[in-house]
Design a protein around this ligand. Structure first.
Ligand SMILES: Nc1ncnc2c1ncn2[C@@H]1O[C@H](COP(=O)(O)OP(=O)(O)OP(=O)(O)O)[C@@H](O)[C@H]1O
Ligand SMILES: [Mg+2]
Length: 310
């Protein structure tokens, strides 16, 4: 069997005149955590809806664990767990009953699902609230319950559409820890607006916008794909900044320079230029030189021209 768990080929979805997914090609390795980033309206939820068989594509192909989304919906629904963008809990059932209903819908026998549900409630920190109704839960608790529900039948592929949007930092961390603890045991496909989340959780990420795949790779690969330029911040003590900013600005290896009070930020063509800079600064009142790490946000902005919005 191939090592890809999720495959799409020229996948396209149009809503009348709007192309929400445009010839989308993607492969997600089995057992990996894959993050899909993109601004509002990029097409992330549309992609998840097609992969989870809630919606049919206009053209192209998609498969999950070798099952075609158009031909084998039933088989796919058996092997996937889905956490949709909105919490779709049954408000007239207790937390535990929500999980039990899901187990029965998946044809699980009581003797199997009882311990499984105990286990998941414990993991999600919801054991003490299992007899309560979801409406009495905080947003973070509801989200954890939805994730628990998606896992009751031990899916091979888990889809999480913005799992932590609207959660406070602490609930977000709890969800992250749990998702990380699942690493390797199943394929996880998540969408997010949070670069920090993608950086924290994902083995590989993709960036999409306007229904198109812009780039895909490991976080380090994406950062490396930005130009080879390196950025340093030089902090001066006293009032050396003005004089040295002018000096550095006249050097050919300096591509860009800016000054904020006693800090000068220089963009160098390549890291080898640093020694020229250090020579030029001989005797200058330098307090420190910092290498500015490129962030995933830099990658996102340089590729989509947009800041990540929530
Ligand atoms: N049922 C629908 N009918 C018509 N247009 C739709 C429908 N669902 C989505 N769209 C449009 O398709 C595009 C992609 O929407 P989608 O919900 O997939 O984006 P998204 O990346 O999930 O955005 P967000 O980050 O806001 O959740 C948007 O322009 C949206 O308005
Ligand atoms: Mg969405």
């Amino acid at each position: 069997m191939s090592t890809a768990s999720i495959v799409t080929r020229s996948l396209t979805k149009s809503y009348s005149s709007l192309t929400a997914l445009d010839s989308f090609n993607l492969e997600v390795d089995r057992g990996s955590i894959f993050g899909m980033l993109g601004p509002n309206g990029a097409g992330k939820t549309t992609l998840i809806r097609i992969l989870t068989t809630l919606m049919r594509q206009s053209s192209g192909e998609a498969s999950i664990e070798g099952f075609d989304t158009l031909l084998s919906g039933r088989e796919i629904r058996r092997v996937i767990g889905v956490v949709s963008q909105e919490n779709s809990l049954d408000r007239y059932l207790t937390a535990r009953e929500n999980l039990e209903l899901h187990a029965r819908l998946h044809g699980m026998e009581r003797r199997f699902y009882k311990t499984r549900i105990d286990e998941l409630l414990e993991l999600m920190g919801l054991t003490g609230r299992q007899q309560d109704f979801p409406d009495t839960f905080s947003g973070g608790m509801q989200r954890r319950l939805v994730i628990a529900r998606a896992l009751v039948h031990k899916p091979q592929v888990l889809f999480l559409d913005e799992p932590t949007t609207g959660l406070d930092p602490q609930s977000r961390r709890t969800v992250w820890e749990y998702v990380r603890s699942l690493a390797g045991s199943m394929t996880i496909f998540l969408t997010t607006h949070y670069l920090e989340e993608a950086e924290h959780l994902c083995d590989r990420i993709a960036i999409m916008d306007h229904g198109r795949l812009i780039t895909v790779g490991s976080i380090q690969e994406l950062k490396d794909r930005l130009s080879g330029a390196t950025i340093y911040e030089i902090e001066f003590s006293g009032d050396g900044a003005t004089h040295y900013a002018a000096l550095l600005g006249s050097m050919s290896c300096v591509m860009n320079i800016s000054r904020m009070e006693n800090k000068v930020t220089v963009t160098l063509e390549c890291w080898e230029c640093l020694s020229e800079i250090v020579t030029a600064l001989n005797g200058a009142p330098v307090r420190r030189i910092l290498l500015k790490e490129r962030t995933l946000e830099d990658v996102f902005i340089s590729l989509t021209g947009k800041k990540v919005r929530e």
